[in-house]
Design a protein around this ligand. Structure first.
Ligand code: RB5
Length: 155
């Protein structure tokens, strides 16, 4: 992507454990020119991660944002909640390699990070790579079509 291209809008959300990392990622995204839709939480008071996962996923599904980013303590709860949405492919990632493959092979549209698992620098690297990597299609398209059981070919 060149500097003159519009960068995709990113919806972001976190629970209390993910809040500090979410704030750092949102700031970094805005600094490199992404529109950032921040769905909270806005502090370290205890909240329930599914509320934020669903808000971010709805923004991606509606087209308000091209990608979503979810942060909780481990990233596990956020990724479980996000993947309840049929059109969401949320990848829990711990480094840039996982982020690259989540886009290239899985066409992930939501990135989940664990603030207790991944430090701010690796998390930001992962996010940058996630946004910069295109889906490869090809053999992966057949596999994506099989992700939703109802869409499996009849035997
Ligand atoms: C909150 O303590 C923690 O359970 C949450 O951030 C997340 O790690 C859940 O998967």
């Amino acid at each position: 992507m060149t500097d003159t291209e519009t960068k995709p809008a990113v919806a972001i959300g976190a629970d209390h454990a993910g809040f500090p990392l979410k704030a750092a990622l949102a700031e970094a995204l805005a600094a490199i020119g992404h529109a950032v839709l921040d769905f909270g939480t806005d502090g370290t008071a205890s909240v329930d991660y599914p509320d934020f996962a669903h808000a971010v996923c709805r923004a991606v599904i509606s087209g308000q944002a091209r990608f979503g980013v979810l942060v909780c303590g481990t990233g596990i709860g956020m990724s479980i909640a996000a993947n309840r949405h049929p059109h969401i492919r949320c990848a829990l990632v711990h480094d840039a390699t996982g982020a690259r493959l989540a886009r290239a092979h899985n066409d992930a549209n939501v990135l989940a990070l664990g603030a207790r698992m991944t430090g701010p620098e690796p998390a930001l690297d992962a996010l940058r790579v996630f946004l910069a990597t295109s889906y490869e299609g090809g053999r992966h398209a057949r596999r994506l079509a099989k992700l939703t059981p109802a869409l499996e070919p009849a035997r």
